[in-house]
Design a protein around this ligand. Sequence first.
Ligand SMILES: [Cu+2]
Length: 171
Amino acid sequence: MNPLQLSSNVHDSTKPSTRSRKKLWIIIGAVAVVLIVIASVAYVANRPGTAPQPPNGPNVTVWDTGYCSNSGNCGYSPTTKNVTAGTTLTWTNTGNQAHTVTECTSTDSSTACPSGEGANTLTSRSFDSNTQSPSGFTKNQQYQYTINLSPGTYNYYCTLHLWMHGTIVVS
Ligand SMILES: [Cu+2]
């Protein structure tokens, strides 16, 4: 051991409080960094998004900002789609999350279906993307349904994000 190192060790051992204070500041700094990262992620994840323009034709865009956290950062565009019976409606997922198109029935909660089951008075669903994609359909994937419903208002939601609500009005 050279004399310089020795003296430095001696110096350190005579100032234990300075060292532990330094350690404390490092811990405080690390905690602050972790909190800032958590706050930033929460901010980005909850930042509202802008729904894309509704597509032309018998199409609905399923969108998200990369997050879908019940703060207006995901949904269906348009939220209400007017169609005539017999039309094949296509939903295209443009988001980064998996989503579903699941018709509301009387068995669904008011969180999933705040407007109730609509014109569907059955307990079974006339349309549900889960039958074809059980864990939701993902980016650029589509769900199609040929409307064989009588005229009326039909509500649907996303089973992965219960705050995503859509409506089909069949005439
Ligand atoms: Cu969803």
